[in-house]
Design a protein around this ligand. Structure first.
Ligand SMILES: *Cc1c(COP(=O)(O)O)cnc(C)c1O
Length: 375
């Protein structure tokens, strides 16, 4: 193994370093005042978050997975219901549906990695209670078409916006299209806290009130509970971190978009061996949680880049419908041909906000060299 020169992830950025002292000062004060659980910092962070997304409410929870689970429950999704999503996501999207006792119905994606509205249309049944589009890689789904399809049948939309905070479709932020929407604040996401966390957004007051109870033992006040529920509160200390880091979000996303432009310019001549991510720039503001290529000879290319110290990843090598965890759903190889083909072609190269222009050139030079030499 050669030494990693250009790591895929590098979280301790200049922005983080600048925020470290002010954040630690706030944390010190929280500790001195014993403000650990649901402190005013949590509400302040929720307020800031809802303004960024443009919804009436935001509710902080423990993780992205909890955000999805509590959202599904707030829609009344449970046993006997079907929820439609895509099989090439992170496990948590389908996992949440399973964990509330509903049935996951997968539909295939298009070459842009996102839900195909045509497949969605043919998968709707009288049991469909909700549709969960995943804005994979930070590229927004065609929300106008998905919203139209759901509106005619009064089916709720729950956006899995875990990879896409700050992304917009038709100038409307992701996480503001659905009836209720989930974000993850995991350290690998473009905007994150220093640990686990999640956020739910909604315009619906009833859903909001339900979520506030759901995340805290069903408690409507100190002593009275409406129903048994989880403890899925966002840590006050993480809310302090979130309040500081959210101010960097626009810069982070802009830098990632700029990196994507460089990659596109440098790699476009390599088609069809290397295909660039498909983004409908006229409608979509993508935030490049990852920059995912579709490549020929992936294993050899990965090895070649690794030998040059360039780290890459695959998001994700095993489609969810082929995971052991999904066995009971009864899907098999061949059910989602586009997703399955993509899983063997995709390769994510570093696109993080602290990547240097010279490093992008290094990655592109190496990819170029690989295809020249492997002809
Ligand atoms: C990260 C992620 C999640 C889960 O978030 P956690 O905070 O890790 O629980 C769910 N869905 C997608 C698409 C994700 O990328």
């Amino acid at each position: 193994m050669s030494k990693v020169k250009i790591p895929f992830v590098s979280l301790y950025t200049e922005e983080t370093e600048k925020l470290l002292d002010p954040v630690l000062k706030e944390i010190r004060s929280a500790v001195q005042n014993s403000q650990f659980i649901l402190s005013p910092k949590v509400s302040a962070f929720e307020n800031r978050f809802k303004d960024v997304v443009g919804t009436r409410y935001a509710v902080g929870v423990n993780s992205g997975l909890d955000a999805l689970i509590l959202s599904l429950r707030s829609l009344g999704v449970g046993p006997g219901d079907e929820v439609i999503t895509t099989p090439n996501s992170f496990l948590g999207s389908a996992g949440a549906i399973d964990l509330v006792g509903a049935r996951t119905v997968f539909v295939d994606v298009r070459d842009d990695f996102n839900m195909d509205p045509q497949s969605l249309k043919s998968a709707l049944t009288p049991k469909t209670k909700a549709v969960m589009p995943v804005h994979l890689t930070g590229n927004p789904c065609p929300m106008d078409q998905i919203a139209d399809l759901c509106a005619t049948k009064n089916i709720a939309i729950l956006e899995d916006a875990a990879q896409a905070i700050g992304a917009k479709y038709l100038d409307k932020a992701v996480g503001s299209w659905g009836r209720v929407n989930a974000f993850s604040l995991h350290p690998l996401k473009n905007f994150h806290v220093w640990g686990d966390g999640g956020m739910i957004t909604t315009d619906d007051q009833k859903i909001y009130e339900n979520l506030i109870l759901q995340r805290n033992h069903g408690l409507k006040n100190r002593d009275e509970s409406e129903f048994f529920s989880y403890n899925s509160r966002l840590d006050s200390i993480q809310a302090i971190v979130g309040l500081a880091l959210i101010e960097t979000l626009d810069r982070v996303n802009e830098k990632r978009r700029k990196n994507a432009v460089f990659y596109r310019e440098r790699l476009k001549h390599l088609s069809p061996q290397v295909k660039l991510p498909i983004v409908d720039d006229a409608k979509a503001y993508a935030v490049y949680h990852v920059f995912q290529l579709r490549v020929q000879k992936r294993e050899a290319l990965t090895q070649f880049l690794m030998e040059k110290g360039i780290e890459t990843k695959v998001h994700y090598p095993i489609p969810i419908h082929l995971q052991t965890a999904a066995k009971h759903l009864g899907y098999k190889q061949g059910d989602f041909p586009v997703c399955e083909r993509l899983s063997s072609e995709i390769l994510s190269v570093p696109v993080r906000e602290n990547l240097l222009e010279s490093e992008i050139h290094e990655v592109c030079d190496a990819i170029d060299q690989f295809y020249r030499e492997s002809k």
